[in-house]
Design a protein around this ligand. Structure first.
Ligand code: C2E
Ligand code: MG
Ligand code: MG
Ligand code: MG
Length: 279
């Protein structure tokens, strides 16, 4: 009967939800263990000045070196966010990235290092205090730290962000907007917040030139120029994309064409080889 069917489908639905939450719970436990067992690692993706062919920055990207293999952030960051575990994981990321930035500086490679921040880390001025204490502890000059936030974070926490970003700005830290163009951009915030740079999302670079004439990328580059912001293109994979960007006055890129995210050792080798090539 209809009733029986309804009952069954509810039961089925409940079970699915239950399975999903058990699954999430298991991952949360594993993430907790991963943190305790030091299973997270940071990879670093170079950012390149396409005119001089020099490295001008790098982005720290987390991976989970789990017993079953290397797991990309897309598979666990959102679960870490739901469970608040992103707070201790995010602290580990900041500390580890700043330590590495300092190490590079002491090797005479003073290259700014960008760290992704998550929405939850913006809930109070905890983030200001955290960053300040990590900079003190690692002795990394604030100008060598860049913090990446998304448009979504800015829109959801306007009040908090305004003061948090002002404090960062006054400390000399760089702020960039990640995945620019994919959020609910009310452009007024470019004026309102102390932002230094925008990162053109990979989706606006991807099809250039065959499937996309780059109109959106051009508009974003022009926007950055008007607001006096730096601009970098994400996901640059081909020479044709480089030609397009240079022709349209964007000279900085991050993407597989130059390098995938690299572990510490490989990043240092990359810098050394680049220096040789440029000589
Ligand atoms: P994102 O911050 O936009 O990072 C750029 C992503 O694009 C990275 O993926 C990078 O490997 C990938 N990418 C770079 N160049 C290319 C390219 O030429 N082609 C293609 N197809 N992809 C390219 P990844 O490392 O898997 O990170 C994914 C996202 O996970 C990041 O996107 C960021 O939102 C998040 N994430 C990574 N590390 C952290 C972290 O430490 N904390 C937080 N909160 N989020 C993180
Ligand atoms: Mg990023
Ligand atoms: Mg991005
Ligand atoms: Mg992206």
């Amino acid at each position: 009967t209809v009733k029986a069917n309804k009952g069954q489908s509810f039961e089925f639905y409940d079970k699915e939800i239950n399975n999903l939450s058990i699954y999430k719970y298991e991952i949360q436990q594993k993430l907790r263990n991963a943190l305790n067992n030091n299973e997270f690692v940071l990879y670093y993706q170079p950012q390149i000045d396409m005119i001089t062919n020099e490295i001008v920055g790098m982005e720290a990207l987390i991976r989970w070196n789990s017993p079953t293999g290397m797991i990309p952030p897309g598979n666990f960051i959102s679960i870490a966010e739901e469970s608040n575990l992103i707070i201790p994981i995010g602290e580990w990321v900041l500390l580890t990235a700043c330590q590495f930035g300092k190490k590079l500086e002491s090797l005479n490679y003073a290259i700014p290092i960008a760290v992704n921040l998550s929405m939850l880390q913006f809930k109070s001025n905890y983030i200001n205090e955290l960053v300040e204490s990590i900079l003190t502890k690692t002795d990394l000059p604030p100008k060598l730290l860049e913090l990446e936030i998304t448009e979504g974070i800015l829109m959801a926490n306007e009040k908090e962000c305004e003061s948090i970003l002002t404090v960062f700005h006054n400390m000399g830290i760089q702020i960039s907007i990640d995945d620019f163009g994919t959020g609910y951009s009310s452009l007024s915030y470019l004026k309102k917040f102390a932002v230094d740079k925008i990162k053109i999302d990979r989706s606006f670079i991807k099809g250039i030139p065959q499937f996309d004439n780059g109109t959106i990328a051009k508009v974003i580059i022009e926007l950055a120029r008007n607001f006096n912001l730096k601009v970098i293109a994400e996901g640059v994979e081909t020479e044709a994309q480089i030609d397009f960007l240079l022709k349209n006055n964007c000279s900085t890129a991050q993407g597989f064409y130059y390098a995938k995210p690299l572990n510490e050792e490989a990043l240092i080798d990359f810098i050394k080889n680049l220096k040789k090539e440029n000589r």
